[in-house]
Design a protein around this ligand. Structure first.
Ligand code: ZN
Ligand code: ZN
Length: 427
């Protein structure tokens, strides 16, 4: 078998620029084969091509038969003009991954595999792709590499799509629950008290999105990044008219990375905050410039610099027009950037935190009511354990239920504190 030449070697042999050789190969003028995703030209094919060129229309640079084809051209014809005529006949260069036509091949990124000549379009390279379809590592390979990088300390996090999906569900669900339970809030500008109950809480979200991200949907969780149309956002409007304000819980996740790799290794940073705030500023504008208090949760955590910038933010570049952002770690449902939060706004912070004083109250009540439809009594300890909520909070809710007259909450020997329905004849 004769020697196989790379595109670069072909260029050297022909005495032409690399991109000319590459074009000749891609267009099939120089017969080539693809070996493991890279082009190879056999020496004998290249010799045959040169032989044909000698008598044909297309002289290779420095070839012997220039006079026959160049007969009609004036003396000023240059090699670049010849190349330009060549280029017109060559099919357009396409992306080595998505097959889009690449308008400006000179500026396009190249597949990072050594020796591979494929180019990547701006959409693919901009989305973080580094290899052509033949050299692109599989998901398993990418995951293995990411795990190794994590062990080496090259990346700080590795969050799989499945856990990102459950974090999102927990964060959005937790916010909705807390929003519904929250005591009155304060208008961030006027300082007026806004009662949740009087004004009503309107939760706006995308039902379809909710269906997709919850486990009840038909979409498997590992496919979360692919099926997720955009970052999930829940908007609650409090108050009305000029005193209206909106509270937004937004999950900021790198969906492209999840769709491509099935995981994300990038800590969310300033760019992510800026993008989310820009979107929310638009939302505020659409709602008649209502102030928005936003909790942004990233499953991969937040870059320290972003946290410190947002911490001192009200009015700086990190709170856009009418938008005040808080950065949240959804794992512990903890606000990371609340040091400088004005006292009046602390109520908004607690909406996003797991340890909010009112957290879980509604859940306790619903749980107890439902349980007591089927059972005689409900023990305090068991409820706290089952719902994973502090005993104090459960006790408080049980006391409140007992004060309605419908239930009794008493210490029963051998059973501890129990809640049970007040017998009908006594009511
Ligand atoms: Zn592409
Ligand atoms: Zn490649």
């Amino acid at each position: 078998m004769d020697k196989l030449l790379s595109a670069r070697e072909v260029a050297e042999r022909l005495g032409v620029a690399y991109k000319t050789a590459y074009r000749l190969i891609r267009s099939g003028e120089v017969p080539a084969m693809r070996v493991g995703g890279v082009y190879r030209v056999s020496e004998s094919d290249l010799e045959r091509y040169l032989e044909e060129s000698r008598v044909g229309r297309k002289p290779p640079a420095g070839g012997a038969s220039v006079e026959s084809s160049a007969a009609g051209m004036d003396a000023g014809t240059t090699e670049s003009q010849l190349e330009a005529t060549d280029a017109a006949a060559v099919p357009p260069v396409t992306c080595g991954l998505c097959k889009r036509i690449i308008g400006n091949p000179e500026a396009a990124a190249k597949c990072e595999c050594d020796d591979c000549e494929e180019l990547l379009c701006r959409v693919c390279s901009g989305g973080g792709e580094r290899f052509c379809v033949d050299h692109r590592p599989t998901r398993e390979e990418r995951l293995t590499e990411a795990r190794a990088a994590l062990v080496r300390g090259d990346v700080d996090v590795l969050v799989g799509s499945e856990s990102a999906a459950s974090m999102e569900q927990e964060f959005i669900g937790g916010f909705r629950e807390q929003m519904a339970e929250a005591p009155g809030l304060v208008h961030p500008v006027s300082g007026k008290k806004l009662s949740n109950k009087a004004a009503g809480v309107v939760l706006e979200d995308d039902d379809e999105l909710q269906r997709l991200v919850t486990s009840g949907g038909n979409v498997p969780r590992f496919g979360w990044g692919i099926t997720h149309p955009r970052n999930a956002r829940v908007v609650a409007t409090v108050g009305s008219g000029r005193e209206a304000t909106a509270v937004v819980a937004q999950f900021v996740s790198h969906l492209t990375a999840h769709a491509r790799d099935g995981f994300d290794c990038a800590v969310a940073g300033e760019e992510d905050v800026k993008r989310a705030i820009a979107e929310l500023s638009l939302l505020s504008k659409n709602k008649g410039d209502v102030p928005i208090m936003a909790g942004l949760a990233s499953p991969t955590g937040w870059d320290e610099e972003a946290v410190s910038k947002v911490s001192g933010a009200w009015g700086s570049g990190f709170s856009g027009r009418n938008v005040m952002a808080m950065l949240i770690d959804p794992r512990g449902r903890r606000v990371l950037s609340a040091e400088s939060l004005p006292d009046a706004l602390v109520g908004y912070r607690t909406l996003f935190e797991k340890e909010a004083p009112f957290a879980g109250r509604r859940r306790i009540k619903l749980f107890a009511e439902e349980w007591l439809l089927l059972h005689d009594s409900l023990a305090l300890g068991m409820t706290a354990d089952d719902l994973e909520l502090p005993m104090d909070v459960v006790r408080d809710v049980f006391n409140e239920m007992a004060s309605s007259g419908k239930y009794r909450f008493e210490m029963i020997k051998g059973a501890g504190w129990v809640l049970y329905p007040r017998p009908a004849e006594v009511r």
